[in-house]
Structures are given as structure tokens and as C-alpha cells.
Design a protein around this ligand. Structure first.
Ligand SMILES: Cc1ncc(COP(=O)(O)O)c(C=O)c1O
Length: 400
């Protein structure tokens, strides 16, 4: 309201401009609610008094205090991933690796043993084999498609069994139900990294204890955020949330907000990209310029029968091809006009990566050999373009 010269100035108008500027604007009164989740960037919340702060810390009252411990955008995203995975609770972390680190740091102690499946994302192997090893944690490898290979490596010290639904880059499908059975007998927690296959199956329903995602990939879906998710039993997720806060692994509001927005179209993006990936895989498998095409939707894939039985709505959005050697892979990468070499995956646009020089760069030749990784492998992450337009670019770029 404008100020009239004759009436005494209300106290508010006497405030120094610096005070006026510094004080936070209150929320505007509104009888209506926003239709979409508001972005709430506040790193801290104001508390009514000591009664309330006690009640908040003791969880007698619901509310936020400090964003590293929780904020509305993370709570909304956590609730969404929990509902999707059929879990009691969900958690948002700063990246897929942060979610994995938070789980490992919660579940493991000195002297513990981890069973890791072959062919995991390279940084997961480095996290356990290099970083956690410094704290007295050992690990063994097993083949996620053969639960009997897990049975052979579990020990009384095994606390965590970790596998990816679809391995990177050869897309081997884990026998989650079989791994769950062995893990249960061994009293170990089965963690499934479900980054490559959200919606295609539901690991908790197959017997896994916890699901982890790099939401940087399909869930975000636009290559514009970095975030990780975990979903599982309330008690474990609460302990993992405490670990994440203490180690500073929590996710921030803006990226949580973006990921929640990405999830709205996840189903459409996934089914479209899966359908295109199958078409491209079939063409690539039948092309004499390609030594091998790896895709679970192909009859020749070693896990095709299980994939056809378990995966609903497609066989995934990743197709990996073997072009024989590094030189031919490089020729292909440089000849493509519209598919960029961008070492991530699951964007709306198709991208490609070269596992030997990116995700699996720091692994030894023995590790490569065990996983079937060669310098000729190129991993395509299929997006939402027209399949014929994609094929036209691939076709002109494949070296003769
Ligand atoms: C299967 C898988 N898990 C975990 C991660 C790590 O996720 P982030 O990059 O969000 O830390 C990645 C990253 O590429 C991945 O491919």
C-alpha cells in the first residue's frame, strides 16, 4: 500500500534498506495448492522453538531442519521411487555412486566381505576393490547369470551381494531370484543396481533387498542432472539416510525436482527407446560389418530366454556392438554425423560410448577378458529419434 505523508510511518517502513533486502520474503498467502511440486531450494528451515526442535529430531513432528538431512523435493522423489519399486522407503543421494557408497558404508564394517558380480560399472568395482579395501573390506566376483557361482564365493563374512540387472556393456541379465535365494541363505543383503532397466522388471518383487539407481540415466532422462536413488526396507533406508547425511552424500533440491519431472515421462521414453533399440539390434546383428551385436532381445543373446520371460515392455535401451578392434571402433565413432560420443547413457538423444576407454578404462586386461570387453566394443544408448534416421547415420558410418 502507498505511504501517505500525514500518517505516522508504520514501523516496517523505517527499516533500513539493508534490512529490507536481507529479510527473506514470506510465502504468499494462497488458498490454492500448486499443481506441480514447487522447487524448494532452502538449505535450512525456521523452527518455532525448542519444543519443536526436540519434536522434529525425535520424529514426533514431521518437518525439515537442514537440507543435507532432508528437504521436500528429495522426499517427493524418494516417495516416488519407493512406490515404483514396491519398497517401504526411498532415498535420494547426490549421484548413483553416492547411493552405492551410502549403502556400502551402512551395510559393511571392517573385515566384511562383498560379493560383486562380473561386469559391473567400473567405478563400482573401484569403490569396493580400491577404496573400501583400504578399510579392511574384501570382495570376490561371481557371475550374476549363474547363482551357483555366487554360492561358491559367499563366506560367513559376506554382508552384501551386489549385481546389476543388466550388466554394462554386454547386457547380461542377472538371475535376481536365484541370487536372492543364495543371499538369503548366506544372510547377506542383495543390492541390485537397476540403472539400465527401470520399469522392465522389479528387483524387490524378485527377492532383492535393496534397489539402487543412477537417476542420472533413464530416470532423469535428459542428461542434465546427476543423482542417485535407493529403495528398500524403512529401517535400512533410515540408517542409509543417516550415513548419507554424515558423509555428505545427499542429493540437492533442484536435481531432485528435475528427476521427479523426468519420471513423469519415464514409461513413454523407455518403451519408445526399447522398441527402437530392438530394431537397431536386429539390423546390426545381420550386418556383415559388425562382428557381434549384444542385445538381450536377440535370440542369440545368452540370456534371451530369461529376458523374454522376465522383462516386460522391452529389452532395454542399450545395444553394444563389437567392431573388432579399436581402430574400426574409432573410425565408426568419427564417421557418425548425429550420434555423439558422450560417455553416459539414456538421454532423449542417442549417444554412444567406448567402454574400454571410458567406464571400464581402469580395469586390467584380465578383468576385461573375464567380462568379454574388447577395444572394438561400442555401446549405443538409444534415444527417441526415428529408427530409420538413426539407422541411416549408423549405416553410413560403419567401416566396410
Ligand atoms: C550401472 C551404473 N551404476 C551406477 C552408475 C553411477 O552413477 P552416477 O554417474 O550417477 O554416479 C553408473 C554410471 O554410469 C552406471 O552406469
Amino acid at each position: 500500500m502507498p505511504h501517505s505523508g500525514n500518517t505516522p510511518r508504520p514501523e516496517r517502513d523505517h527499516l533500513d534498506p539493508s534490512t529490507l533486502c536481507a529479510r527473506p520474503a514470506g510465502l504468499p498467502p494462497s488458498a490454492t495448492q500448486p499443481l506441480v511440486p514447487p522447487l524448494q531450494l532452502s538449505s535450512v528451515y525456521s523452527v518455532a522453538g525448542l519444543e519443536q526442535i526436540d519434536a522434529l529430531y525425535e520424529r514426533r513432528e514431521q518437518g525439515f531442519i537442514y537440507a543435507r538431512d532432508g528437504h521436500p523435493n528429495a522426499s517427493q522423489l524418494a516417495a516416488k521411487i519407493a512406490a515404483l519399486e514396491g519398497a517401504e522407503a526411498g532415498l535420494v543421494c547426490a549421484s548413483g555412486m553416492a547411493a552405492e557408497a551410502a549403502l556400502f558404508l551402512t551395510l559393511l564394517g571392517q573385515g566384511a566381505h562383498v560379493a560383486l558380480s562380473e561386469g559391473l560399472y567400473g567405478k563400482t568395482v573401484a569403490l569396493v576393490g580400491r577404496e573400501l579395501a583400504r578399510f579392511g573390506i574384501s570382495h570376490s566376483l561371481f557371475d550374476a547369470a549363474r547363482p551357483e557361482s555366487l554360492r561358491a564365493v559367499v563366506t560367513p563374512a559376506t554382508r552384501v551381494v551386489f549385481a546389476e540387472t543388466l550388466s554394462n556393456p554386454l547386457l547380461r541379465l542377472a538371475d535376481i531370484a536365484g541370487l536372492a535365494e543364495v543371499s538369503r541363505v548366506a544372510s547377506a543383503t542383495l543390492v541390485i543396481d537397476h540403472t539400465f532397466a527401470p520399469l522392465l522388471c522389479f528387483p524387490l518383487a524378485l527377492g532383492a533387498d535393496v534397489v539402487a539407481h543412477s537417476a542420472t540415466k533413464l530416470i532423469g532422462g535428459h542428461s542434465d542432472l546427476t543423482l542417485g536413488l535407493a529403495a528398500g526396507p524403512s529401517e535400512l533406508i533410515a540408517r542409509t539416510a543417516a550415513t548419507a547425511s554424515t558423509f555428505g552424500l545427499s542429493g540437492n533440491p533442484f536435481e531432485s525436482w528435475l528427476a521427479l519431472r523426468g519420471m513423469a515421462t519415464l514409461s513413454l521414453r523407455s518403451s519408445r527407446a526399447c522398441a527402437t533399440a530392438l530394431k537397431l539390434a536386429e539390423r546390426l546383428a545381420g550386418d556383415r560389418r559388425v562382428r557381434t551385436a549384444h542385445y538381450p532381445g536377440l535370440v542369440a543373446h545368452p540370456d534371451h530366454v530369461r529376458a523374454a520371460h522376465w522383462l516386460k515392455g522391452g529389452f532395454g535401451t542399450i545395444v553394444t556392438i563389437d567392431l573388432e578392434d579399436r581402430q574400426r571402433a574409432d573410425l565408426f565413432i568419427r564417421a557418425l554425423q548425429h550420434i555423439p560420443f558422450a560417455p553416459s547413457l539414456a538421454d532423449v538423444a542417442t549417444t554412444l560410448s567406448h567402454p574400454a576407454s571410458t567406464s571400464h578404462r581402469n580395469q586390467s586386461p584380465e578383468q576385461w577378458a573375464r567380462q568379454g570387453i574388447t577395444p572394438g566394443l561400442v555401446r549405443l544408448s538409444v534415444g527417441l529419434e526415428d529408427p530409420d534416421d538413426l539407422w541411416a547415420d549408423i549405416d553410413q558410418a560403419l567401416p566396410p
